[in-house]
Design a protein. Structure first.
Length: 429
């Protein structure tokens, strides 16, 4: 690097450190107030500018709760000192009710949802009848197995079979709204799993609260729980796996990552990375046990459907999410990869492979210089990798930014926990 480049990098690092210092001085309650008020602004913009019915309704429904709790948090920050954490928890619960529970209940009653909710519901119906959820595929530019009356992209099921389990309650009752809405089932699993993960996570109480805010209460979680929700159980299971890796519990790590990987491809990077950092209580590598759990769960739940119709399985799970199925997806946000693919379609077949090859080379070099890899370093690498893939993929949605955001936060918390742990042990001794 040139001297000028090093100067720019140093300047950016100083700005980052200064911003972090100001944020710490702000305090917990005041910081929460700023985040909730910023969420109110985001909800307002979403309500005004979004063209998706479920999204703009969520926006208008949550402006009030976010703004009210934000103002209360700022007022309490000047008066409450001794029980500030309790106040923060109470406000978190209030936001959860106002930004998740109420909008989710209303939108389930109004039948307002993102397309993926209907896709998961129909998959559950297929599974309840012992049918395959993979019926659509591209043949000479035409979708075979297209569901009449729906857009072509809704005929695809871009998940692994286990995701269809969230649609089983509606298939059993023949009602796709109310308590059997797939989003409600996914939200309940997210809350239960993330609650268990936070109980196991080695972190301070304020750090755990911040994780809960980002995962559930702020728009980074609340919006998705209320309107779509398919990524939220994945993130909750990944958080459980992170807590299990911290505590060196290989069986729980494998179980959590196996379930997540058997639902969606977005869990696979952490499932693969966990093999590099999994350790038992004696410090020995425990990746064989993690791999066994993940392999058994994924193969047992996926192989029967993949063997039944390999072409449809590959088209749904791999080709369609990568934008290679010849069908325009609503997930195609105006990101660099999509723009370049629109300009030159052949790039859609080139960008992803090139990114994986180049990224793999950089990761191999990073691993060589940071061996053995720590959990915090792995999460940081995955956070950057997710951000890059989101930008270069030909058909991806901006909402996937919740993955690098959560992984980056977990990286920071696990790094601090690993530094503070010896100090805690010394104090306990």
């Amino acid at each position: 690097m040139s001297r000028y480049t090093w100067a720019v990098v140093a300047r950016l690092v100083r700005l980052r450190d200064a911003a972090a210092s100001r944020w710490v001085r702000l305090g917990g309650l005041a910081g929460d107030g700023v985040l909730y008020l910023a969420s109110a602004v985001f909800a307002t913009l979403l309500g005004v500018f979004s063209t998706q019915g479920a999204q703009w309704q969520w926006g208008y429904l949550t402006i009030g709760p976010y703004a009210l709790v934000g103002v209360v948090a700022l007022l309490l920050s000047r008066r409450v000192r001794r029980r500030s954490h309790l106040a923060r928890v109470v406000l978190l619960v209030a936001v959860g009710i106002g930004a998740v529970a109420v909008p989710l209940g209303l939108e389930a009653h109004w039948h307002r949802a993102q397309p993926e909710v209907g896709v998961i519901t129909r998959a559950g119906q297929a599974l309840s009848k012992d049918h395959t959820p993979y019926r659509a595929y591209d043949h000479n530019g035409k979708v075979v197995g297209e569901i009449k009356g729906l857009p072509a992209f809704e005929s695809f099921f871009p998940y692994f079979p286990l995701m269809g389990v969230f649609g089983l309650p509606s298939a059993t009752t023949h009602e796709a709204n109310g308590l059997t809405d797939a989003r409600i089932i996914m939200t309940l699993m997210t809350l239960l799993t993330s609650g268990a993960a936070l109980a196991l996570l080695r972190a301070r109480a304020d750090q755990k609260l911040r994780v809960a805010q980002v995962l559930i209460a702020l728009p980074t979680g609340a919006l998705f729980l209320s309107t779509g929700g398919d990524d939220m159980p994945i993130l909750a299971l990944c958080l459980l796996a992170v807590a299990a890796l911290q505590r060196r519990q290989a069986n729980l790590t494998g179980l959590a990552l196996g379930l997540a990987a058997a639902m969606k491809l977005t869990a696979w990077p952490l499932a693969a990375g966990a093999l590099l950092v999994a350790r038992d209580r004696e410090g020995r590598a425990s990746w064989p046990r993690v791999l066994a759990w993940v392999g058994v769960i994924v193969l047992a739940t996926t192989l029967p459907f993949a063997v039944r119709d390999p072409a449809a399985f590959m088209a749904n799970v791999f080709a369609f999410p990568l934008g290679l199925a010849g069908v325009t997806s609503p997930a195609a946000s105006a990101l660099p990869g999509h723009i370049l693919t629109t300009w030159e379609p052949v790039l859609g077949h080139v960008l992803a492979p090139v990114t994986f090859v180049v990224g793999g080379a950089f990761f191999a070099r990073y691993l060589r210089h940071h061996h053995p890899l720590t959990l915090s370093q792995l999460l940081a690498v995955l956070s950057v990798a997710f951000a890059v893939v989101i930008c270069v993929a030909s058909a991806t949605r901006i909402g996937y930014v919740i993955y690098p955001l959560n992984l980056g936060l977990w990286s920071t918390i696990t790094r601090r926990a690993s530094v503070e742990e010896p100090e805690l042990v010394a104090v306990a001794a």
